[in-house]
Design a binder for this molecule. Structure first.
Ligand SMILES: Cc1cc2nc3c(=O)[nH]c(=O)nc-3n(C[C@H](O)[C@H](O)[C@H](O)COP(=O)(O)OP(=O)(O)OC[C@H]3O[C@@H](n4cnc5c(N)ncnc54)[C@H](O)[C@@H]3O)c2cc1C
Length: 400
């Protein structure tokens, strides 16, 4: 009998963990996927998918399905509200670089369900809901993962462990890795409504980051709904800004209407900027939010996590299936960690800072600068490669 229960344990059944499980199983590797909750989360989280992520989804046969469930958005914009002055970024310029020259607006849970359905068709994956990874120990031969469920506590012996267990990662803690960085002071509010902002705001893109007097907000369209990210006022306690009345007032400031808004969902969230000093060691490696967290402005956290899943799976396939030395996995860290730090965290921090600018003159200078950039085809091309995450992936692929 094999001394292993499974070849890889994946701790955490978010989209990143499920994607890693799918890629490994398709390469013939057996996987036990542990998810502490009873089902896939349908929380309000990511809604923006960038072109290279969609290209990657094509390679596992999920691209067309996910695109059909969302809204392809060929442009996005930065806008001054209420005048409507704007800088509009057209992803069409990337048509030779990607099969998907657009951002896809689609709820994160739809992607998670699509990947999980594909995983369910794989004989090699044992998906265990209601199973929490509580710790591990590793040696040269393998890793033993402690698993707790309502009914039992057991151990799983595997060759490798992936910690894709999100922002509060148990696996990261068990590795003894600090989550270096900061938590921004503000709480942001996300609300959804069926009110169609594009029918009221002239020339609005489906992804629009907007300045308003004394504040800023983002309007993001998903099928049948708009998501509004409301950045809090600094002159009012946050709890007072989370009431139905306060949200209603914020939405009325965006588009004033005689009727009340139908606020379908709302969730406050804190924004972090954090990364581990290394992505793992030996037989235990982190991916997704367990390894890096960033501001959602620009929509890169989950995209980066899916890219992690592809890179880490490729490394594990080389080791487990093709017999490469275990040292091969360090390339995952060398490729993905600088990319997360220098591209994802740095860019999302700049995006956040730009939208938090409160000085009207400076805002107009930023807008004029962006409009000039858009008029210069070479500059626009470089900017779009970067903001669409293509440049970072190319840089990472060049690292040996
Ligand atoms: C409001 C908001 C908007 C966002 N918008 C975007 C966007 O537009 N684009 C983008 O790219 N990103 C966006 N993000 C970020 C994105 O949601 C995350 O990056 C993404 O969820 C990370 O996926 P993950 O699989 O790494 O982690 P998670 O989705 O957090 O999944 C981790 C899973 O692990 C499980 N788990 C935790 N601990 C254990 C354990 N010990 N054992 C077993 N299971 C465990 C959890 O229950 C969870 O299901 C947004 C985030 C927020 C909050």
């Amino acid at each position: 009998m094999s001394k292993f229960d499974t070849e890889v344990v994946v701790a955490g059944g978010g989209p990143v963990g499920f994607m890693a499980a799918l890629l490994l199983a398709r390469a013939g590797i057996s996987v036990a996927l542990l998810e502490q909750e009873a089902a896939i989360s349908r929380d309000l989280r990511a809604s923006t998918f960038h072109p290279p992520t969609l290209d990657m989804l094509d390679t596992v046969g999920l691209g067309a399905q996910v695109v059909a469930e969302g809204i392809p958005c060929p442009h996005w914009q930065i806008r001054l509200h209420p005048t409507g002055e704007r800088a509009v970024f057209d992803l069409g310029i990337l048509s030779k670089d990607t099969k998907h020259p657009y951002r896809l607006q689609c709820e994160q849970w739809k992607l998670a369900v699509a990947i999980a359905d594909a995983v369910a068709a794989e004989r090699k994956v044992n998906v265990m809901f209601g199973a929490k990874a509580t710790g591990f120990r590793q040696d040269d031969d393998g890793v033993v993962v402690d698993v707790t469920s309502d009914t039992e506590t057991r151990q799983l012996r595997a060759k490798f462990l992936i910690g894709s267990d999100g922002a509060r990662s148990t696996i990261r803690d068990a590795l003894g890795l600090p989550f270096e960085g900061e938590t921004y002071p503000e709480t942001t509010l996300l609300a959804t409504t069926t009110v169609q902002f594009n029918e009221h705001l002239e020339g609005l893109s489906n992804v629009s980051y907007c300045w308003k007097a004394g504040g800023n907000f983002a309007l993001l369209r998903v099928p049948g709904r708009w998501r509004v990210s409301i950045y809090p006022r600094e002159d009012m306690p946050i709890d007072d800004q989370l009431t139905e009345e306060a949200i209603e007032a914020s939405l009325q400031q965006i588009v004033s209407r005689p009727e009340r808004y139908d606020i379908i969902e709302k969730r406050p969230y804190r924004v972090h900027q954090r990364i581990v000093p290394r992505y793992g060691e030996g037989r235990v490696w982190l991916a997704g939010d367990a390894a890096h967290l960033n501001s959602p402005t620009g929509g890169m956290g989950l995209n980066g996590g899916i890219h992690d899943a592809f890179e880490l799976s490729a490394a594990l396939i080389d080791v487990i299936v093709k017999g490469a030395d275990i040292g091969r996995i360090a390339l995952y860290d060398r490729r993905r960690r600088p990319m997360a730090r220098e591209q994802i965290l740095a860019q999302s921090d700049r995006n956040r800072a730009r939208m938090r600018e409160r000085d009207d003159t400076k805002r107009r200078e930023i807008l004029a600068g962006l409009q000039a950039l858009i008029r210069d085809r070479n500059q626009l091309y470089a900017y779009m490669l970067k903001t669409s995450m293509i440049e970072g992936l190319r840089q990472a692929a060049a690292v040996n």
